[in-house]
Design a protein around this ligand. Structure first.
Ligand code: TPP
Ligand code: MG
Length: 654
């Protein structure tokens, strides 16, 4: 028995308005407006299998307009995913339900990306499309042959990040990326024309996209547009003209239906208009069966794919990569042993390049890149070919000056799986990446941010380029490991840890200026503990000097001078706060004993170092903007030299 398109779409509308009503919060307008488009996509086009939600060759679907979360929750429920259940939907936005206010990738299979910050989902999807093409180039059509679909709203297209994402996708000719734009001409404040008079399709055309418009409430017209998008080799934007809150007689077409429950009377009237007489959360059998049939469309395709995977000579390697597992026995120990044997004085950005030389040989899944600072970030290694529209098999992306777009795309690559993305810019521009770094941490992706020029130590470029608050403020982001290695050995250790952290993104803060190798004896990966005693006091211990990165060298100089005066001083190198905080209380107390004065030295804000120095300790850093001068002059100017620090420590001990 066939069920009319309208009934399928109305099931989404009813679930959405009823769940928002039950929660007394949420956004009914977008799911009701896009119900027809989503029904066409999920019943006729999307390659997926609710019984095998992690099937590697499934199409990726990203609901970039994350406020419309009830759209994806309805679709996952109706097509037969194990979750969300009807109870989950009834508990939309309540504690314990996987149906969070905005879709979270870690809550539900089928939610490929966390969305809600407008524009981010779209930019993340660009990374998924890059990963798909790259893996296709590596493993062939028989294993990798899928698309990335996005539903985006006016907000997703207005955000600045959209400019970066569209430019990158157009340049890389990501023809398997198809964006369905909910062109409803409404945002929260009212009509789009209040704030925008942009020719959106013109902008996309100019960026190398295929564009087409359709009536988003006419399934045949939506199919026509999607078919045209499929036939075109460019990425596609389909402007789906819709009415927000479609079906709610007195509210549809207005911003009033964007983010508020419809209210009892309007819901009764909507049921009338839709011809949907069922109680809340009741789906009639014929509609339920029709939706479940749509969810089974992918079954045969998936089984055939599994057979190809099992028969493929590359099957095991492909599966390893998609599982996010490193090759058995992966370690940088051999490389680090070589460093111990042959100490070198290099900037940690250079040390990072050298470590990457080893990493990129050992791990075929890394994809590097930089936001137009390749030569400064030292992110490209000799064997890496550019990933381009003509060679998706390349392993280095020239992201252009698109820090946010790069970071979001990296998250998309990591979420897609099969690749490990890393990308660089100056640390000060982590501010431009920050929303994506935060989403990497929230989504638990292995994105590795390589941030060089990490302090006033970059010198002459001056205060606009000198990070002050950056390292500290990045440390505040939960589930982000911020590393600031002190020398070439720690840099390699931090790279090893970043690569081994499958569920935690990492950020490496690296110097422009050369640093001596402080670690000259073979050992386990000491950076893994976050902080460790680099040098123990010889005279009776009075001070523990805690430093990171380039200031560890200064701390050792301070310690030598103090020791010469008979004042025993430990030097603790602390490349990663979050890792240190995860150690046992005994270890932490051993490294940072309470009964000794503790002093921090870091060329950035001192705010926060009280955590380890206590109020009674001393904190040396930079609490103003920097200045433009050679870096040695700046270190003296800001008091970060042994000459300036030693007398203050001695005075404090008296
Ligand atoms: C970066 C960001 N800024 C602001 C918001 C708050 N917000 C959520 S939806 C929305 C309006 C979006 O308009 P549109 O995309 O057209 O959605 P529609 O009203 O059509 O559902 C805003 C401003 C957000 N979620 N993310
Ligand atoms: Mg809108």
């Amino acid at each position: 028995m066939t069920v009319a398109h309208n009934q399928l779409a109305n099931a989404i509308r009813a679930l959405s308005m009823d769940a928002v009503e039950a929660a007394n919060s949420g956004h009914p307008g977008m799911p009701m407006g896009m119900a027809d488009v989503a029904t066409v996509l999920f019943t006729d086009y999307l390659k997926f299998d609710p019984a095998a939600p992690h099937w590697a060759d499934r199409d990726r679907f990203v609901l970039s307009a994350g406020h419309g979360s009830m759209l994806i929750y309805s679709l996952l429920h109706l097509t037969g995913y194990a979750r969300p259940t009807l109870d989950d939907l009834r508990n939309f936005r309540q504690i314990g339900s996987p149906c969070a206010g905005h879709p979270e990738n870690f809550e539900l299979a089928g939610v490929e990306a966390t969305t809600g910050p407008l524009g981010s989902g779209f930019a993340t999807a660009v990374g998924m499309a890059i990963a798909e093409r790259h893996l296709n180039a590596t493993f062939g059509d028989e294993l990798v042959d899928h698309r990335t679909w996005v539903i985006a709203g006016d907000g997703c297209l207005m955000e600045g990040i959209n400019h970066e994402a569209v430019g990158l996708a157009g340049h890389l000719k990501l023809g398997r990326l198809i964006v369905l734009w909910d062109d409803n001409r409404i945002t929260i404040d009212g009509a789009v024309e209040l704030s925008s008079s942009e020719n959106v399709l013109g902008r996309y055309d100019a960026s190398g996209w295929h564009t087409i418009a359709c009536d988003g409430h006419d399934p045949a017209d939506v199919r026509r547009a999607i078919d045209a998008a499929l036939a075109d080799e460019r990425p596609s934007l389909i402007a789906c003209r819709t009415v927000i809150g479609k079906g709610a007689p007195s509210k549809q077409g207005t911003s009033g239906v964007h983010g508020s429950p419809l209210g009892k009377a309007e819901i009764v009237a909507t049921r009338e208009v839709l011809g949907w007489s069922h109680e809340p959360f009741v789906i009639p059998d014929d509609v339920r069966e029709a939706w479940l049939r749509a969810g089974k469309r992918g079954d045969a395709v998936r089984t055939a794919w599994e057979e190809r995977l099992a028969a493929s000579a590359q099957g095991a390697e492909f599966s390893r990569r998609m599982a996010g597992e490193l090759p058995a026995g992966f370690s940088l120990k051999t490389y680090i042993d070589g460093l111990i044997a042959n100490p070198q004085k290099v900037a940690t950005r250079k040390a990072s390049e050298l470590a990457l030389g080893a990493v990129n040989e050992l791990l075929p899944e890394t994809i590097g890149g930089s936001a137009d600072l390749t030569g400064s970030n030292n992110t490209r290694t000799k064997t890496q070919q550019p990933l381009t529209a003509d060679n998706y098999g390349g392993r280095y992306v020239y992201y252009g000056i698109r820090e946010f777009g790069m970071s979001a795309a990296m998250n998309g690559m990591a979420l897609h799986g099969g690749v490990i993305p890393y990308g660089g810019t100056f640390l000060v521009f982590s501010d431009y990446c920050r929303p994506a770094i935060r989403l990497a941490a929230l989504q638990r992706t292995r994105s590795i941010f390589v941030m060089t020029h990490d302090s006033i130590g970059l010198g002459e470029d001056g205060p606009t380029h000198q990070p002050i608050e950056h390292v500290m403020s990045l440390r505040m982001i939960p589930n982000l490991d911020v590393y600031r290695p002190a020398d070439i050995v720690e840099t390699a250790e931090c790279w090893e840890l970043a690569l081994q952290s499958g569920q935690t993104p990492s950020l490496l803060a690296l110097t422009r200026q050369n640093l001596p190798q402080l670690r000259t004896e073979a050992s386990e990966n000491l950076s893994a503990r976050g902080a460790y005693r680099l040098r123990a006091a010889t005279a009776p211990r009075k001070v523990v000097l805690i430093a990171t990165g380039s200031e560890v060298e200064i701390a050792t100089q301070v310690a030598e001078r103090l020791e010469a005066q008979g004042i025993g001083a430990d030097v603790v190198s602390m490349p990663c706060w979050s890792r240190f905080d995860a150690q046992t209380a005994e270890y932490r107390a051993e490294v940072l004993p309470k009964d000794v004065m503790r002093v921090s030295i870091e060329a950035g804000t001192t705010m926060g170092w009280e955590r380890y120095t206590g109020i009674a300790g001393l904190r040396f850093g930079v609490d103003s903007f920097g200045a433009s001068a050679p870096y040695e002059v700046l270190y003296d100017h800001f008091g970060l030299t042994a000459d300036k620090i030693v007398p203050q420590v001695v005075a404090a001990l008296d």
